[in-house]
Design a protein around this ligand. Structure first.
Ligand code: G3I
Length: 394
């Protein structure tokens, strides 16, 4: 806007210093004391010109101001008909302007990669560490982005005080309740939805052994959903897992649980398919699983998507253009299949991390991989371009 003001005064200034406009101030002021008023008017024009030009300079030189995260160019969020998200790393969000800008430009939903896990938020029985998660929530609010909470209860990333806790069944129920309700009430109205329980099943459909199963039996899952709902009845509550895009017994066990929860009024709103998938995954299989999951009559979240291209482990492995196009086609197939489920069930697609540079699959101690929509320099890849051009709003 300041630029616009500067341009307008640029024009006025030109007019005021031009022969054609010599009589312009006279016409406005319309008195015989023209010489004095002329000078007076010119000084005002002069001052306005410089203040607006200086203001424009300020805007250019200080991109970290309040509105710095606003980006004009369109991104995925502008072309897709469902929410598009990414898992975010708190350190990058706090410190990396390119990363923040890319998120604001491309996504309208975010998930904390680690900042809302048990160990991060509740490291001691009576200590809650909110600052990182609050920062994410504030960033989202300032930029009109939805926050999906991940994850209230999981077998992993639990602090020692939990895994070593001694107590009766009632004590364990209280521990679970206190954790779930402290977190959900802290973020009430700020976090739209939660992965209430993450990864509770084995591939063979059995319950995965973990501290919660050991102390409370399978009912820990239901209890977590009920406790969360008591605290924030408006939050959407998801069960989240991986590997069931392949179908099989794990998918069946999850669907049975969802059906049972719906029948008994356990407050479940949706199912999360993490979909840490690979470029070789068959399109037809993904489409079939999405239809099967949607048939459960709940919202569906592709919650941790990436398309891995790593076949082997060499450190020198690179993504050539042929493989980049194969990857782009896989993303397109997944997004298109997702768009085919009923609209009300499309909670959104979230990629797990933003760019290859910050993918959990691509750390120094792991192997080289290039699974995301943006590259090691946060530039869009072929997959991003294909989604921008070939997936249309429905
Ligand atoms: O907290 C320490 C930090 O202080 C230290 O500097 C750093 C050095 O390596 O380690 C830090 O903890 C690591 C943490 O990520 C933050 O970087 C943990 O060791 C590491 O285990 C943790 O890994 C995360 C993993 O979940 C376990 O929580 C990954 O970043 C995260 O991408 C991954 O995400 C999971 C989803 O939650 C559930 N689905 C699968 C997905 C991928 O495994």
């Amino acid at each position: 806007m300041l630029k616009g003001v500067a341009v307008r005064f640029d024009i006025l200034f030109l007019f005021a210093s031009n022969n054609f406009c010599k009589n312009f101030p006279f016409a406005i002021l319309g008195t015989p004391t023209m010489g004095f008023r002329m000078r007076y008017f010119s000084i005002i024009i002069f001052l306005l010109y410089f203040s607006s030009a200086y203001g424009t300079q300020l805007l250019i030189n200080h991109p970290q101001s309040e509105s710095s995260d606003t980006v004009a160019e369109p991104g995925l969020k502008d072309v897709l008909s469902f929410p598009i998200g990414a898992a975010v790393k708190i350190k990058l969000l706090r410190n990396n302007a390119v990363y923040r800008k890319l998120i604001v430009q491309q996504f309208n939903s975010i998930t904390a990669e680690n900042a809302m896990k048990f160990n991060s938020l509740h490291p001691e029985p009576t200590v809650f560490r909110w600052s990182d998660a609050d920062y994410i929530v504030d960033f989202a609010k300032a930029n009109n982005i939805r926050v999906h909470g991940h994850t209230l209860i999981w077998s992993k990333f639990n602090p020692k005080w939990v895994t070593e806790f001694q107590g009766s069944r009632t004590d364990w129920e209280n521990l679970l309740k206190t954790h779930v309700q402290s977190i959900v009430s802290h973020f009430q109205g700020k976090v739209a939805s939660w992965d209430v329980v993450n990864e509770a099943f084995e591939d063979n459909g059995n319950y995965k052994s973990c501290i919660w199963l050991e102390k409370l039996g399978p009912s820990y899952i239901e209890l977590a959903f009920r406790y969360a709902h008591e605290c924030d009845p408006d939050a959407l509550l998801f069960y989240n897992d991986y590997g069931h895009e392949f179908g099989g017994r794990k998918l069946q066990a999850i669907l049975n649980m969802a059906k049972d929860f719906k029948r008994r009024g356990v407050p479940i709103s949706g199912l999360g398919l993490q979909m840490h998938t690979v470029v070789r995954m068959e399109d037809a299989k993904i489409a079939k699983t999405l239809r099967t999951v949607a048939a459960a009559g709940l919202k569906v979240h592709i919650s941790e998507l990436e398309v891995s291209v790593r076949y082997q482990k060499p450190a020198s492995f690179i993504l050539d253009s042929n493989l980049a196009l194969q990857q782009a086609e896989k993303y397109r197939a997944i997004f298109q299949a997702y768009q085919s489920i009923p609209k009300w069930q499309q909670f959104g697609i979230t990629t797990w991390n933003v760019a290859d540079a910050d993918s959990f699959r691509n750390s120094k101690i792991k192997n080289h991989d290039f699974p995301l929509l943006f590259d090691l320099n946060y530039k869009p890849k072929a997959a991003h371009d294909v989604l921008m051009k070939r997936i249309r709003k429905k």
